[in-house]
Ligand binder design. Structure first.
Ligand code: BG6
Length: 589
């Protein structure tokens, strides 16, 4: 996904746009750009790389109207020319989303004499605006979006008009009402500290934004008034609090995330129980780390409620013609609530008659708008691209959701058990020392995370975390599968991290440790079992976690593997909060 922001008012548009782009950078950082109207003339500056590279180009810009963009490349490599804004004559546009029919539109426009400069899909919008313009930018945008297929959040300005025209379809777009002008942006954190009141546009909305006010039109182009709400993103919560990276800050907020999520759950417990009454089958879905939380949620549901539950990545679920009816519930897990595959999976489930339960950290997202019931994750803003505290918050939310399904007495018992976890997480974070293991992993040709049952789900998360922020290759595997393939990869240059928290399975997992050792591979163990710690301590790196209820052990082993990934990435000097090629939430397919 990309981040877009616009401003019009009496303030310094260049400064405002630049500050907003810095807060939006977690949405994509392949390139950045901005366009301004200064004395009625359009100025466009854009540059491959991070927002800081754009900053010098904006020196001396004196403007009151501007739009800006930070890019996660989908069509066209990261480059100056493919950076947004895209321009055609006196028109400039920024776009988040994918124009699926851009090729045919581009061909038609070229036949009409348009000269394209970039390889992007978005550039067609600039040329369409120029083609459709009849003296009214909002009208031109309305005519333009009529021919677009796909997803878009668009902002456009043009010479001769002192306003911003915006349009939204399937990509998030909000309006912000300021004391000295008005704003538009992809999300609330972009406007933190700039405005306290926002409006979330709906699919099909088009809006005109001037310094004096905002006019919104629905998909039939009828004037409509949308809800004004408080901007939940407070700039204070977006600071680093002295940490070198958001990832470390957010890891340290894990205890709060679990505690606040468990507390917030009380507010949805009854509606959840009512909506899920009579459900005979549950499908959990999500992407990336959210999918890994869903894997744990599946186990909880089958363990507590004995309701058949299965797990699919959203990108797979959508295209498998899933067997769903009104006795099915689909639990969609998503930190942002905007990941295109997860949102479309939820939309599909609803169309097939299922109840959709959203487990999300974003309470004003497309997914929350779609869902039958929203189970809030109260992790607070998560800026680091790699999910950490939102993952543990999702596990907490799924644990209590599964408990509710099993009835009041199980729920009360589980609510009591999870209350003990934040203190254990705080202790774990204080005691964790992953430095030496981090160096070992950082210098390994491959790192393999192994576990059984819930430990396997955490192994998948550990592997993804390490890959996405340190770029060290590897995989997460069920320990039992080691001898059926992965063992062929094991040599002196590899490291295996074996997670052992289930006493009933400890012996089997210890076999995996011996098998790797027998092939010369390096091994480390993460455990909360004293006998396992005693057996391997002094022979190989052992991370000994506090004991807790078996089903809740993923909350503690998760912070161990996430901290390991963080330290290994630090050893390698990686861009930890903004890993290459990635974005915080992919709102395109
Ligand atoms: C990826 C992020 O783009 O999307 C991951 O880099 C995240 O950290 C995944 O887990 C899913 O995002 P979300 O917002 O749906 O949980």
């Amino acid at each position: 996904m990309c981040g877009i922001i616009g401003y019009i008012g009496g303030g310094d548009a260049a400064e405002i746009i630049l500050g907003g782009l810095k807060r939006l950078e977690y949405r994509g950082y392949d390139s950045a750009g901005a366009a301004f109207l200064a004395d009625g003339k359009l100025q466009v500056m854009k540059k491959q790389g991070r927002v800081e590279k754009l900053s010098p180009l904006l020196k001396g810009v004196d403007a009151r109207v501007g739009i800006g963009h930070t890019r996660w490349a989908t069509h066209g490599v990261p480059s100056d020319i493919n950076a947004h804004p895209h321009r055609a004559g006196g028109f400039a546009v920024v776009h988040n989303g994918i124009i699926e029919n851009y090729a045919e539109l581009k061909a038609e426009l070229i036949l009409g004499g348009a000269k394209f400069l970039s390889d992007t899909d978005s550039e067609v919008v600039a040329h369409l605006l120029q083609k459709n313009y009849n003296g009214d930018l909002v009208f031109a945008l309305r005519e333009t979006v009529k021919v677009l297929k796909g997803s878009y959040a668009l902002m456009a300005i043009c010479e001769g008009e002192n306003r911003i025209a915006v349009a939204r379809h399937k990509s998030p777009l909000i309006i912000g009402y300021g004391a000295d002008g008005n704003f538009c942006a992809s999300d609330e954190p972009a406007l933190a500290g700039l405005c306290n009141t926002i409006t979330i546009l709906e699919d099909g909305d088009i809006a005109e934004i001037t310094s004096g006010g905002v006019k919104i039109f629905d998909k039939f182009f009828k004037p409509v008034s949308r809800l004004k709400e408080p901007n939940l993103a407070v700039s204070a919560s977006l600071g680093l609090d002295g940490c070198p990276h958001y990832m470390l800050k957010e890891l340290r907020e894990t205890p709060l995330s679990v505690e606040a999520t468990a507390r917030a759950f009380g507010g949805v417990k009854d509606s959840l129980r009512k909506e899920l009454d009579g459900i005979e089958r549950i499908i959990l879905t999500g992407c990336g780390t959210a999918y890994h939380a869903a894997l744990i949620g599946k186990r909880y549901i089958e363990c507590f409620a004995r309701i058949p539950a299965e797990c699919e990545t959203a990108g797979e679920f959508r295209y498998k013609n899933p067997v769903i009816n009104n006795k099915t519930a689909v639990i969609a897990v998503s930190q942002s609530g905007e990941t295109a595959d997860t949102v479309e999976a939820a939309r599909l489930a609803l169309s097939l008659g299922a109840k959709v339960i959203a487990v999300t950290n974003s309470h004003r997202s497309e997914l929350t708008r779609l869902a039958t019931v929203v189970v809030p994750v109260a992790a607070g803003p998560e800026i680091c691209v790699a999910a950490t505290k939102s993952y543990t918050g999702q596990i907490a939310a799924l644990y209590l959701t599964a408990a509710v399904l099993a009835g009041e007495s199980v729920y009360s018992e589980c609510a009591e058990k999870i209350e003990k976890i934040p203190a254990l997480l705080t202790r774990t974070l204080e005691d964790l020392d992953m430095r030496s293991l981090a160096h070992i992993c950082a210098s390994s040709s491959g790192v393999y995370f192994l576990g059984r049952d819930l430990d396997y789900a955490v192994a998948l998360e550990g592997s993804l975390k390490l890959k996405e922020i340190s770029y060290v290759p590897g995989e997460g595997y069920p320990s039992g599968e080691l001898k059926h393939g992965t063992l062929a990869l094991i040599d002196v240059n590899t490291t295996s991290v074996v997670i052992i928290t289930d006493e009933g399975l400890a012996g089997k997992s210890e076999n995996a440790v011996e098998q790797v050792l027998s092939r010369g591979g390096k091994v480390a163990v993460i455990t909360n079992i004293a006998e396992v710690e005693e057996r391997f301590s002094g022979k190989l790196p052992v991370t000994y976690l506090p004991k807790c209820d078996k089903l809740l052990s993923p909350l503690l082993s998760a912070v161990a593997v996430q901290m390991l990934a963080y330290k290994a990435a630090a050893v390698l000097g990686r861009e930890i909060d903004k890993p290459r090629n990635l974005a915080k939430s992919v709102t395109v397919e």
